[in-house]
Design a protein around this ligand. Structure first.
Ligand SMILES: NC(=O)c1ccc[n+]([C@@H]2O[C@H](COP(=O)([O-])OP(=O)(O)OC[C@H]3O[C@@H](n4cnc5c(N)ncnc54)[C@H](O)[C@@H]3O)[C@@H](O)[C@H]2O)c1
Length: 304
């Protein structure tokens, strides 16, 4: 089986590549390296430095004829989507549509789309399940939601099986500490470098899921005969204050963060129900927050 992974040089994508190689899939990566890094990927897979909106993508599908596609390439920043909604739409909506067209033309057997908890907006009830109302509050959330709609229409019009995976807050090795979503990598990086740490609010909660559990979910989705939308999360709530305490204690570094008021527009609480993925994929989040953090911290400490 050959799987084409877009965004395979990125944070999550590089772990999905590892997981697929470990399961003896032939792996082809498409990435433009806008935020990804070639050093993130093993020599055991073929890499095309191609933008998903580029004409050359057609050639990649013609040459490789993948059986499956895991589509992770995206503009993944909420801030950037607010600064430049057109660029966000071009990558996340048009780019996804182009991937779908190539998948349809080349008779791909299944597509897995990376979506986000952001599509739910400010949840009315917790934990949020896949039937909870969708309410995108940023262009990023909206473009992810639009991508989901295209994927579902391709299934109903052209019988292209899919799994849409809505990830909660993913953390782990290789996450960019400069990225806004990477609070864990920001904390670890600042702790290790002895930099001042600022916490805005602190009582707000997030659902942190370890990147290796996310990679396993992508594999399970590819192998499953099911089609549908799935939350991929830890289904546990952790406040930013608690996350900081646990991370600093595991890193063995004591530091008092600077406290500021919660930033405008920040969601107060977030936790995603993951029962559907557990039941239908026989997937589980194997890493506790402590285990995932320990592993992440050790990769940072190795780099010093
Ligand atoms: N990190 C999270 O917490 C999180 C949460 C929810 C959803 N997601 C989704 O998961 C996916 C992966 O996110 P990530 O955190 O690994 O981000 P990332 O920025 O590390 O990875 C994205 C990858 O896509 C590549 N890419 C971007 N635009 C491209 C284009 N036009 N053509 C080809 N390649 C392109 C980048 O170079 C990078 O390698 C994204 O779809 C994102 O929306 C991430």
């Amino acid at each position: 089986m050959k799987v084409l992974i877009t965004g395979g040089a990125g944070f999550i994508g590089s772990h999905v590549v590892e997981e697929c190689l470990a399961h003896n899939y032939e792996v082809v990566v498409v990435d433009n390296f806008s935020s990804g890094n070639i050093d993130n990927i093993s020599d055991d897979c073929k890499v095309y430095q191609v933008d998903i909106n580029d004409i050359h993508l057609k050639k990649v599908f013609e040459i490789e004829m993948p059986d499956m596609v895991i589509h992770l390439a995206a503009q993944a920043s909420v801030m950037k989507s607010l600064e430049d909604p057109v660029a966000d739409g071009e990558i996340n909506i048009l780019g996804t549509l182009r991937i779908l067209e190539h998948a349809r033309i080349h008779h791909v057997k299944k597509i897995v789309l990376a979506s986000s908890a952001a599509v739910y907006g400010n949840p009315e009830e917790l934990p949020v399940n896949e039937k909870s109302p969708v309410n995108p509050l940023s262009f990023y959330a909206l473009s992810k939601w639009a991508g989901e709609q295209y994927v579902q229409l391709y299934e109903s019009l052209f019988d292209l099986p899919f799994c849409i995976l809505r990830f909660s807050n993913v953390y782990g090795p290789r996450q960019n500490p400069l990225g806004e979503a990477g609070v864990v990598s920001i904390f670890i990086n600042q702790l290790i470098n002895g930099e001042e740490i600022a916490i805005y609010g602190g009582q707000q909660t997030r659902d942190f899921v370890y990147v290796k559990d996310v990679a396993t979910a992508c594999m399970k989705a590819i192998e499953s005969t099911k089609t549908g939308v799935y939350n991929i999360s830890s289904c546990s709530e952790t406040s930013i204050n608690d996350l900081f305490s646990i991370t600093s204690s595991l890193a063995g570094i004591s530091m008092d963060p600077l406290k500021y008021p919660l930033r405008q527009g920040e969601i107060q609480q977030s936790v995603l129900d993951n029962e559907k993925a557990k039941k239908e994929f026989e997937w589980k989040n194997s890493y506790s927050l402590q285990e995932g953090l320990k592993e992440t911290i050790s990769t940072y400490q190795l780099k010093i």
